[in-house]
Design a protein around this ligand. Structure first.
Ligand code: CTP
Length: 397
């Protein structure tokens, strides 16, 4: 596809070099359109060499080719990374003083902005209003990551990992609907760890891949995403707010708090059903050759509690989706679980020889309360995620 990579004047411009490479190495034709000021950070020669295409910043170069119209109209995707407060403001108001802003006005393809700036600038009411306007105009604006900024300060404002921006771009370019725009979703991911003592825990093999794919695809569909991640060692999905937890009790607290204001919650995490009755403050020593018996107590069922809360609250717009792993009688067991836990959707993985854990692929049947089951054939976890969002979106509308 033909990609326009707009680069504005933020220090994170150097990370856009990696984003550019991800596009070119997967065969896409990228035209880099930097703002004049951004060339202080990364020069024209770098963009030309990495993209293999000419680089222009203003509308007065190669005028006979009418670049201010041609580049935007010919694009399949425009991604602006990093997007400064300045470029967001110009784009929101339709200013067109240089080649990038002209391109943004002429493009009719999906447009993605990946802002990066200091926290104060990102949180300023002017920037918030500009971001809201751009989203209303149909653009995907990826919320910046939280972390260390250029100076000693820390906060929201970092450009997300380029590979994660790339993933969002591919999903957006694939033409997924923006049907979660203005919606807030909470996703749990990973597997909880239940501590025995300061060094040992009971855990499970969940990698978090399915939950992270849900986060990525929801961002690409325009949602505001909160990801409650238990013990996942994957890069943060671009645009998602990540809350890290360890145990089922911590996950319960985070999920209940975050879902209070949300439109949908998807419990993709593998939550331990039991935890050790005692968590020792010091390491358990081998006092004899006989192991001590391990006493377990039940963890709260977060999914069931969400369903219970919704029932008690009366008419309540939250859409609730859970996951289940079944080996046999998949549909009957799944149906019973959907009812028992009071959810709207239950994503059932048939497990057995092909375990869903840790693999990039998955297959599932989505059970729908009051509707027919939806079979999702084996494919990337992103495809399963999109099929889940299709159902969530249908419930929301
Ligand atoms: N879940 C939860 N809280 C728990 C346990 C599970 O919220 N304490 C959620 C999971 O996130 C998942 C679903 O419930 O969405 C899985 O339900 P579970 O009853 O654990 O089903 P299975 O893992 O399939 O196990 P079993 O059939 O043994 O109940």
């Amino acid at each position: 596809m033909k990609v326009v990579l707009g680069v504005s004047a933020g220090i994170a411009a150097y990370k856009a070099c990696e984003l550019l490479r991800l596009f070119t190495e997967s065969g896409h034709d990228v035209r880099v359109v930097p703002t004049r000021e951004s060339l202080h950070f990364v020069g024209e020669a770098t963009w030309a060499a990495l993209s293999g295409n000419p680089v222009t910043t203003d509308v007065w170069q190669s005028v006979h080719e009418v670049p201010h119209v041609r580049i935007g109209k010919g694009a399949d995707l425009v991604i602006v990374a990093p997007a400064t407060a300045d470029v967001l403001a110009k784009a929101a108001h339709g200013l067109a003083g240089d080649l990038l802003t002209n391109t943004l006005l002429t493009a009719r393809c999906p447009v993605v902005f990946a802002p990066a700036m200091h926290t104060e600038m990102w949180e300023h009411p002017a920037t918030r209003a500009n971001v809201a306007t751009l989203r209303e105009h149909g653009a995907i604006v990826i919320d910046p990551a939280v972390g260390r900024l250029t100076g000693a300060d820390t906060g929201p404002g970092r450009l997300p990992d380029p590979s994660e921006i790339f993933e969002v771009c591919l999903r957006v370019a694939a033409g997924r609907p923006r049907d979660l725009a203005g919606r807030s979703v909470v996703i749990s991911a990973g597997g909880t760890r239940e501590a025995l003592d300061p060094v040992r825990f009971l855990g499970n093999r969940s990698s978090g891949l399915q939950g992270y794919a849900l986060a990525r695809t929801a961002v690409a569909r325009g949602a505001e995403v909160t990801l409650v991640a238990a013990n996942v060692s994957l890069p943060d999905p671009a645009g998602a707010r990540v809350i890290r937890v360890e145990s089922a009790l911590e996950m319960r607290e985070a999920v209940l708090k975050e879902s209070a204001q949300a439109d949908a919650v998807v419990m993709a995490a593998a939550v331990a059903d039991f935890r050790p009755a005692t968590r020792y403050d010091s390491k358990i020593k081998k006092t004899s050759d006989e192991p001590e018996p391990l006493h377990l107590v039940k963890n709260p069922d977060i999914l069931a509690e969400l369903g219970e809360r919704r029932r008690e609250a009366g008419p309540y717009p939250l859409v609730i989706a859970g996951f289940a792993a079944e080996t046999d009688d998949v549909l009957a067991n799944g149906r019973a679980k959907l009812e028992r836990k009071g959810c709207d959707l239950l994503v059932v993985n048939q497990v057995g020889e092909h375990l869903a854990f840790g693999t990039p692929d998955n297959a599932a049947t989505i059970l729908v309360r009051g509707g027919d089951p939806v079979d999702v054939p084996r494919g990337p976890k992103e495809d399963v995620a999109d099929a889940i969002w299709d159902q969530v979106a249908a419930h929301l509308h």
